[in-house]
Design a binder for this molecule. Structure first.
Ligand SMILES: [Zn+2]
Length: 610
């Protein structure tokens, strides 16, 4: 997943958190012994979304299967979508559930809140049906428009409880004849039918159905497809530029693992004006991004795309043992999201600089932005931040494993290169772990990761590094490590306008959740619950509004600042006065006095090989 980018765009506010789910994480649904469904086979899902169901914002779901035995069939819906580490309970959006054998209604009830218990009696073939309300603009969920729907298999595809996930199934989509079906799922034999050999793969293939732009190109010897909604949102020169970036990023990322693991890859993008910022979610051979259209043409879009595609290796395949295999009915916390997300974000920056989408000074600016996010957040251990994401902490540490894990990746890369005289790098560690764990059918743990890092660095021990910076909360040793790669940190003292607000972002924009006493926003009369629309004439739907706001108001202490908010049905303009705060900002720069070895290491990082 990637939402950290919005944090960068919102550097003027104190923090940006997704709205916490109102529902608690699901514990074991009952204290009884584990439930087990009667065996079912020959599983076929039929999903209907056409101009009629679109008006109701629903997907009509029908699941047919054969039954073995007379015991109850137990069918469950997942509570989360892998990659989006929060409990969502997709059963919430189910309506009009029914079960039938031939056309005869079959008795059913619920075993728990996301498991249906169906009594087949002597019936040998059953069909269950329900409608799914697709009203949530979230890449882990389902969202319908009059001519389009996004859905994930985790939202719609029931699985038999307690009998494992190793079953094949087909999915058939019924829709308007002139609408497009975009998914990375394997094509089946019938038109608009698809198939996978097990449930893990089945629910890892999101769908777009409707009117959209959909084209394809060969990249790194494989088909890459680009589905964008609404039609016309990404076209002509901006579409060409994006294709060019895909053509550069994918080969650079494949080079790290020396393998392109998909037969085809789907980039799926929604551009929606009401969406504040940017958010994307990875899958094994696709990703779904939801963006404010203001991002088009901004390098941020290439960065998020590079991040999501790198996940095809790092987390979808090379994965922490705690999430291998995925379970769908409970949280799977792991202390390793700093690797799965943070190091993925380091590789997003590397992919951009190695493919020359950004230059080395932009790479250092991206890195400095992360360092500044970390230094202004409460001291938080990477392992603790990783574990805690499921509860979305409110102390300012939420999602800190993105920028801080990315910086840990840089430090480890430098130390490995320094210890091996630049003959090995973090690339080798990632590739070795991919081979020694994912390719052997298992997840990785500390006894895989740290020995591999140590081997890469010529045998150097990392136990001190782990204790202080991964399990511990000490500030990162930039002053010692960066010079080994011919880089250094320079602090800049700057004056920045401060609003004194805490915000959360959801699909409808930016919500004020807290106000600092005596801050500009509080003095202007902003209240918790207000939705922030604009600061002066700087619109907050632009994901890059932070720099624009700072440039406009950075040296205008005391100037009037109109703050436009939506409160209930009203739009209000409240007027505050600009307040500037002194802030020390870190800047990364190339060290002109770097040694020959340090320059080789620096170039190795930016260019990919030693
Ligand atoms: Zn991610």
């Amino acid at each position: 997943m990637k939402i950290g980018e919005i944090i960068a765009g919102l550097a003027l506010v104190n923090s940006l958190l997704p709205l916490p789910s109102a529902l608690p994480a699901q514990q074991s649904p009952s204290a009884q012994p584990p439930a087990r469904s009667a065996p079912i086979s020959n599983i076929r899902y039929e999903l209907t979304f056409d101009s009629t169901t679109a008006r109701e914002r629903t997907v009509r779901v029908s699941m047919s299967f054969d039954v073995g035995g007379n015991g109850p069939v137990l069918l469950s819906l997942p509570s989360w979508t892998p990659g989006a580490y929060e409990i969502s309970n997709f059963a919430r959006w189910v309506e009009d559930f029914s079960a039938a054998a031939s056309d005869k209604a079959i008795r059913w009830d619920k075993l728990d809140y996301d498991t249906w218990r169906i009594q087949p009696g002597s019936a040998r073939a059953l069909t269950v049906r329900f409608d799914y309300l697709a009203d949530t603009l979230d890449n882990a969920m389902a969202w319908a428009r009059p001519d389009f729907v996004l859905f994930n298999g985790t939202n719609l595809l029931l699985y038999p409880e307690g009998t494992g996930f190793d079953f094949p199934a087909t999915v058939t989509v019924k829709t308007q004849p002139d609408w497009v079906v975009a998914t990375a799922m394997k094509p089946g034999t019938a038109p608009r039918s698809f198939t996978e050999g097990n449930y893990h793969d089945l629910v890892d293939m999101p769908f777009f159905v409707g009117r959209m732009d959909y084209d394809s190109m060969q990249v790194a010897g494989r088909w890459t497809r680009l589905a964008t909604y609404p039609a016309g949102a990404l076209r002509d020169s901006t579409r060409k530029q994006f294709w060019d970036q895909l053509g550069r990023v994918i080969p650079v990322e494949s080079a790290v693992f020396q393998e392109t693991p998909w037969t085809s890859y789907n980039v799926m993008m929604i551009f929606e004006r009401s969406f504040g910022g940017a958010s994307a979610l990875e899958h094994q051979s696709s990703h779904v991004g939801i963006y404010n259209p203001g991002i088009i043409g901004n390098p941020l879009l290439a960065s998020i795309t590079a991040h999501e595609i790198f996940h095809a290796w790092n987390v979808k395949r090379l994965r922490p043992a705690e999430m291998f295999p995925y379970h769908y009915d409970q949280a799977q916390p792991t202390p390793w999201l700093w690797v799965s997300e943070g190091i993925t974000d380091y590789y997003a920056d590397l992919a951009l600089v190695r493919s020359k989408i950004v230059d080395s000074s932009q790479f250092m600016a991206l890195t400095a932005q992360k360092a500044n996010t970390v230094t202004t957040a409460p001291p938080t251990a990477l392992e603790d931040a990783s574990l805690s994401t499921w509860i979305h902490p409110t102390d300012g540490s939420n999602y800190l494993y993105y920028p801080k894990g990315s910086l840990a990746g840089l430090l480890l890369d430098v130390l490995i290169r320094d210890g091996s005289n630049n003959s090995r790098s973090l690339d080798d560690v990632m590739r070795q772990l991919y081979q020694s764990t994912y390719k052997k059918g298992r997840g990785f743990g500390p006894n895989d990761w740290w020995p591999e890092v140590s081997r890469g660095a010529g045998g150097r021990s990392f136990s001190d590094f782990y204790n202080r910076y991964i399990d511990g909360r000490e500030p990162f040793p930039f002053a010692q490590v960066l010079p080994l790669a011919g880089m250094r940190l320079a602090p800049d003292t700057i004056k920045v306008p401060r609003l004194g607000i805490q915000t959360a972002a959801d699909s409808t924009g930016i919500v004020i959740v807290g106000l600092l006493p005596g801050g500009v926003a509080q003095e202007a009369g902003v209240r918790p619950g207000d939705r922030l629309l604009a600061l002066g004439d700087v619109s907050l739907t632009n994901p890059d509004f932070g720099p624009e706001f700072r440039a406009r108001y950075g040296n205008r202490e005391g100037a009037p600042l109109p703050i436009r908010v939506r409160r209930g049905a009203d739009t209000l303009t409240l007027t505050g006065k600009v307040k500037l705060a002194t802030q020390v900002e870190l800047r990364f720069e190339a060290d002109p006095r770097a040694s020959a070895k340090a320059i080789r290491i620096r170039n190795g990082i930016w260019r990919g090989r030693g």
